[in-house]
Design a protein around this ligand. Structure first.
Ligand code: HEC
Ligand code: HEC
Length: 350
């Protein structure tokens, strides 16, 4: 068998060889070329089967934290010092199936993609930085200390989900789907109708979800809230319309998936706009996000509004903004340079 593989590999084009031989083939890919993987090729050992040693226990705690975040670091836990998250969501409220579902921002292989450049910071982020990005925004909370057992457990779990994946791999199924947005302003009123028909049965007419137990008991939600005080904040990735549309399109109502969507793209776009037109916690200092400016996503609906009025950055249409961003890239780079020089001068004058 090995001989056949080797001789096949010699004449098959590398993309075909990869598809055919999967994990075997990518080990033979030259180190300079980013190996391509499909999400289903990454099959980590179920955490229950890991040994009962230090690492096994830490990885299991990481999975538990992902699914029941509210019970360990939520705002209702007994020890006030452990209240790092500001809401009672779980990481798995968005990173579905303990962060293993395709196009629901899964963590399979993700440890092999860090450190990485991130536009939001215009800097290199480590896995810990990224986890704290979601802590401060999606979870509306505080960053976890890097040496805390919880941070180490998240890192251990994500690394476990990435075992065997070569560093620098390109993985299909990560993040959200990349579907293009409809070329029109989203219609939150139409979205309200979609919401009533297809979302309210679980997430509630008022969007506040359904608790497992009572407020204050740190038991989280059967169906998480989509807006209001216990939801993600205005700085979260989910608060951007294109991001929310892509998540909802490939993952909601519950049971939907990339291969089995249950909404049209237009319905997903409008219902996401309805969701994001509702009140939620405000993150302060958002104008400092995307300091490079030229790579600020067009659906980041907070100041400075670089390409259009606030309404278009919030509700679209986005394709003209993407085009305008391309055209204005040089000007935006100049804008950022001057802004940085000015803040440098202000700092020097202090
Ligand atoms: C409200 C939804 C939501 C919740 C809750 C949430 N996240 Fe996220 N997370 C996202 C979105 C959306 C992205 C990707 C989009 C982006 O780049 O902002 C993401 C990205 C990530 C990534 C990077 C994944 C990649 O493909 O590079 C990590 C790691 C992560 N989150 C960790 C966490 C952890 C840990 C928690 C819980 C403490 C959490 N997230 C809770 C929505 C959420
Ligand atoms: C059958 C119940 C059900 C229906 C219907 C449903 N959801 Fe969800 N939704 C869930 C559950 C449960 C989660 C948490 C993730 C999980 O457990 O897989 C969730 C998570 C979410 C999240 C991310 C977490 C958060 O709180 O922000 C969003 C956004 C969302 N749903 C939007 C929608 C939209 C929009 C619709 C209607 C098109 C919808 N859902 C329909 C059950 C449902």
């Amino acid at each position: 068998m090995k001989a056949i593989r080797t001789s096949f590999h010699r004449w098959l084009p590398s993309a075909v060889a990869l598809a055919v031989w999967g994990a075997v083939a990518h080990a033979q890919t030259p180190a300079t070329q980013a190996p391509k993987l499909k999400l289903e090729q990454i099959q980590p050992t179920p955490v229950e089967q890991l040994p009962d040693d230090h690492l096994g226990r830490l990885i299991r705690y990481g999975k538990e934290l992902t699914e029941r975040t509210f019970a360990y670091i939520g705002p209702e836990v007994k020890d006030p010092a452990m209240r790092y998250a500001g809401n009672n969501l779980a990481c798995a409220s968005c990173h579905q199936a303990a962060a293993t579902k395709e196009y629901a921002m899964p963590w399979l292989g993700v440890a092999a993609t860090f450190p990485q450049y991130r536009a939001r910071e215009d800097d290199i982020s480590t896995l810990q930085d990224r986890i704290n990005g979601c802590m401060e925004r999606s979870m509306n909370g505080k960053p976890l200390p890097w040496d805390s057992r919880e941070m180490r457990a998240f890192v251990a779990y994500i690394t476990h989900l990435s075992k065997g994946v070569p560093i620098g791999a390109e993985i299909e199924g990560l993040g959200t789907v990349t579907t293009r947005m409809p070329n029109r302003r989203a219609n939150p009123e139409a979205g309200a109708k979609v919401y009533a028909a297809k979302c309210a049965s679980c997430h509630g007419e008022d969007g506040q979800g359904r608790r497992v137990g009572q407020p204050g008991d740190a038991q989280g939600y059967l169906f998480p809230p989509l807006w209001g005080p216990d939801s993600f904040n205005t700085g979260a990735g989910m608060n951007r319309l294109a991001m929310a549309t892509r998540f909802v399109y490939a993952n909601m109502p519950l049971g939907a998936s990339h291969g089995n969507v249950q909404l049209t793209l237009d319905e997903a776009y409008d219902v996401a706009a309805y969701m994001l037109s509702q009140p939620r916690p405000e993150k302060a200092g958002l104008e400092k996000d995307f300091p490079a400016r030229w790579n600020k996503p067009v659906d980041a609906a907070f100041p400075p509004y670089l390409l259009a009025n606030p309404d278009q950055h919030k509700y679209g249409p986005f394709p003209p903004l993407v085009q305008k961003q391309q055209q204005m890239k040089a000007q935006l780079m100049e804008y950022a340079r001057r802004e940085q020089a000015a803040s440098g001068a202000a700092a020097a004058g202090r």
